[in-house]
Design a protein around this ligand. Structure first.
Ligand code: FAD
Ligand code: PYC
Length: 416
């Protein structure tokens, strides 16, 4: 592994950052691989890294149509938490949270993981009852969770408005102290560099245009840079999961929606934690650069455009200004969108398919960032061994036939 330590940083600084070594090779596609991962977002790169590291599969490639992290991985608001309702979800999101804690050290890359705590607000009695139930369920599953009354919320998050005289008063909140935020592009780059060091070819600007098969078995992929033979294709293309599945003759119960976010001008530290509200569809944290990072619910129509509409912004800002009045004096700088693939139960799909050698990891909807390391870890196991491990098993596509759904609309927070 290349050594990137404080001394190399100082050396590079004095050298004027000339000859800074690329973090990974620009690989040319080979004619054949043991496996191809489609999608160079966090989940795809993590999958490749764990395939190489834990399963000895190093003759593999990650194929990305744009640039690494240019999809949802680079567009999300990087909130990490594991406070989902059901045991199956707690298992996978908590697995991810455990991996996040040491991922920076493992990859030798500063992913700026900050466990600053995540508040989920309740605004009426019905919501409060459901959230208190989730706190109990979380605790049974070893997820740290607390219920806070308004005065405790104010102490934890001083800029919040807990007045009774707003349209949706805050009557309580759940708090996951181990939740927080990290730096999404650093995660992608860290995984990419570590996978490259293990021999994985990372190929950008290469779009997969077809999945090739013979007699029910994958034989390769067609790409904009030629045909690549492989017996295993791992499809990790958030926002385009059903498009890719269709190439393999598979129809998925996924709806694709825009999800947008925006950031303010940079401020001095003012927002100490992440704060989310399902009811009014808004959430906010503050980045280490000082920008307020603000998001909303999905744009309700189906679309493959990576931008959102103005009325969502108007609603989210109106709600935010009530909850955090200081925001009314802050200028907003940038807005963008991603495309999120939403399953009927707001849970992901991690699955083998009727086409042997074709595996799908997608449908994470508005909440897959937090799962990145756990998802990659579990999916690599499935791809290497052709059997889902215990953590991924509840999320196969059979659940849409058997009805064993993992309905997480409440815990999926703002966006569903
Ligand atoms: P992506 O990063 O989208 O990677 C998929 C890649 O596949 C893309 O780079 C794409 O270019 C590539 N691809 C697609 N088709 C092809 C093809 N034919 N050939 C080759 N490559 C292809 N989740 C949270 O947990 N917390 C949050 O705070 C949060 N906030 C969000 C805010 C916004 C605005 C958005 C849009 C999403 C948010 N999410 C959040 C969801 C999260 O971003 C995603 O679930 C997660 O990043 C998905 O990661 P991925 O690696 O699967 O997908
Ligand atoms: O799942 O925590 C989440 C989330 C926050 C913003 C979008 N998704």
């Amino acid at each position: 592994m290349k050594n990137y330590n404080i001394f190399s940083l100082i050396r590079q600084g004095f050298a004027g950052h000339k000859d800074w070594p690329p973090a990974w090779r620009e690989a040319e596609p080979k004619a054949a691989y043991d496996a191809v991962v489609i999608g160079g977002g966090g989940h795809g790169l993590a999958t490749a890294y764990y395939l190489a590291k834990l399963h000895g599969m190093t003759n593999i490639a990650v194929i990305e149509k744009g640039w690494l992290g240019g999809g949802n991985s680079g567009r999300n608001t990087a909130i990490v938490r594991s406070n989902y309702l059901f045991d199956e979800s707690a298992a996978i999101y908590n697995h991810a949270l455990t991996l996040w804690k040491t991922l920076g050290q493992e990859l030798n890359y500063n992913i700026m993981m900050s466990h600053r705590g995540v508040l989920n607000l309740a605004h009426d009695e019905g919501e409060a009852r459901q959230m208190k139930r989730r706190v109990e369920a979380n605790r049974l599953n070893g997820v740290d969770a607390e219920w806070l009354e308004p005065e405790d919320i104010k102490a934890f998050c001083p800029p919040i408005n807990i007045s009774d005289h707003i349209r949706y008063p805050v009557i309580g909140a759940t708090l996951q102290r181990s939740g927080g935020v990290n730096r999404h592009d650093a995660v992608c780059w860290g995984y990419a560099r570590a996978a490259d060091n293990l021999g994985v070819d990372i190929i950008q600007q290469c779009e997969v245009t077809d999945i090739l098969s013979e007699n029910g078995q994958v034989t390769g992929v067609e790409t904009t840079r030629g045909k690549i033979k492989t017996p295993k294709v791992a499809c990790v293309t958030a926002g385009h999961t059903s498009v890719m599945a269709k190439m393999a003759g598979i129809r998925l119960p996924i709806e694709s929606h825009p999800l947008q976010a925006l950031v303010s001008e940079p401020l001095k530290p003012v927002m100490p934690c992440v704060c989310m509200s399902n009811a009014v569809h808004v959430y906010m944290s503050q980045s280490d650069k000082g920008e307020l990072v603000i998001g909303a619910g999905i744009d309700p129509y189906l679309s493959y455009t990576q931008r959102g509409s103005m009325d969502i912004i108007e609603h989210q800002m109106a709600s935010l200004v009530e909850l955090f009045p200081f925001v009314s004096r802050v200028r907003m700088m940038r807005q963008w969108g991603g495309i999120v693939d939403v399953c009927p139960d707001a849970s992901p799909i991690i699955t083998k398919t009727p086409l042997k050698g074709f595996y799908i990891n997608g449908g994470w909807g508005t909440g897959g960032w937090k799962a990145t390391p756990g998802s990659g870890h579990a999916f690599a196991d499935l791809v290497a061994n052709d059997e889902p491990n215990a953590i991924a098993a509840p999320f196969t596509m059979e659940r849409f036939v058997t009805g064993a759904l993992v309905a997480e609309h409440g815990a999926a927070a703002v966006a569903h």
